[in-house]
Write a new protein. Structure first.
Length: 142
């Protein structure tokens, strides 16, 4: 083999390694944390279905991923009622994921009720703050 052929192969190999590395880095940079907001009770806000579809697709692509699904509510009202509501929200998201082909043993749900409130932002009104409290957080882990 000539020196020119070796140089061409080395360049080709170098480009392949860089492409593989960039692809791998890009995949690792994809979000693994998703939030589904609820308008009230068990009513998911618009965009929730798209987020659940994205989580299911990521889990199908990466069979080693498991989902932690944590239901939350606000802090007002009866803590027991809030706990039950957060559990029902988390279970609802779990059911959506299983309907999209994710095995139930890859999904772990938690009901936190109002036990993990978010900080209110300085310029945030009560209405948008309350909206952020009514949520289910999905975290993908390996």
């Amino acid at each position: 083999m000539t020196k020119k052929n070796w140089t061409g192969l080395a360049i080709l190999f170098f480009v392949a390694v860089i492409a593989f590395t960039l692809d791998h880095i890009g995949r690792e940079q994809q979000p693994r944390h998703y939030t589904i907001h609820f308008s009230s009770g068990l009513n998911m806000e618009s965009g929730a279905e798209s987020a659940i579809d994205l989580v299911a697709a990521r889990m199908r692509e990466n069979t080693g991923y498991e989902a932690l699904v944590k239901g939350h509510t606000g802090t007002r009202g009866d803590p027991e009622v809030n706990h039950d509501l957060s559990r029902d929200r988390a279970k609802m998201v779990e059911e959506e994921l299983t309907q999209k082909g994710i095995e139930p043993d890859r999904i772990e749900t938690f009901a936190l009720g109002g036990a993990a409130p978010l900080k209110q932002l300085p310029d945030e009104g009560d209405r948008s703050y309350t909206r952020r409290l009514r949520r289910v957080e999905i975290t993908l882990k390996q």
